[in-house]
Design a protein around this ligand. Structure first.
Ligand SMILES: C[S@@+](CC[C@H](N)C(=O)[O-])C[C@H]1O[C@@H](n2cnc3c(N)ncnc32)[C@H](O)[C@@H]1O
Length: 193
């Protein structure tokens, strides 16, 4: 696989059926390239589309000798990453934890957290709170389906109760979906002055 566009095209097809569109996938891939995270957490894996995308970004960083052996903990009781032609490195980077959030979220610090699990308000808030326990001021949280009403409601409640967090999102229109799901929110943290 020599282009990220080709990779995204592959991941959007069966068996992975990644939910991210091109722009969202590029944003996620670019975030990994720019942040060079030591470790990544994903909540909501399904068939591994977004996890594999992030694993390939880690491969890319390793090929350029920027990082070594960085990993992804991927939490989903129903997650199943199909065996296929994904590179040895990408597959070995993903530690699939077959449990649900918040119980299955390891107690450790992550540099980057991708949330794409249950989209009901109460579950998104539980995922966000579990993610917050794993963050420091330099961590980043990226949330998929930020257009979905349950996710919007959770983000609004989260913003009110976490003054140290800066939530970047906006209602976007996805022309590839009639239901207009999709959209991303990025959460960064304010430094104390
Ligand atoms: C939209 S899919 C994830 C898609 C994947 N991120 C991708 O881009 O290909 C949502 C997944 O969240 C999982 N899920 C639902 N509730 C969850 C929870 N509490 N913790 C972890 N995963 C959950 C479901 O099993 C499903 O596989």
């Amino acid at each position: 696989m020599n282009s990220v566009f080709g990779l995204i095209e592959q991941l959007r097809k069966s068996p992975h059926k990644m939910q991210q569109n091109y722009e969202e996938a590029m944003a996620l891939y670019s975030l990994v390239l720019s942040r060079k995270p030591q470790n990544i957490l994903e909540i909501g894996v399904r068939n591994g589309g977004s996890a594999i995308l992030m694993a390939h970004a880690l491969d890319h960083l390793q090929e350029e000798h920027v990082v070594v052996n960085r990993t992804i903990d991927a939490v989903d009781a129903n997650g199943e990453i199909p065996e296929s032609k994904w590179s040895h490195l990408a597959r070995n980077r993903i530690n699939l934890i077959r449990k649900n959030s918040p119980e299955g979220v390891p107690v450790k610090q992550y540099d980057l957290i991708h949330i794409d699990g249950n989209h009901n308000t109460k579950h998104v808030l539980a995922d966000l709170n579990a993610a917050m326990r794993c963050c420091d001021v330099d961590s980043r949280i990226i949330l998929h389906d930020a257009n979905f009403p349950g996710v919007i409601e959770a983000l609004e409640a989260f913003e009110i109760s976490h003054a140290q967090a800066h939530v970047h999102y906006k209602w976007t229109v996805r022309t590839d979906r009639e239901d207009n799901w999709g959209g991303q929110a990025l959460i960064t943290f304010k430094r104390r002055t």
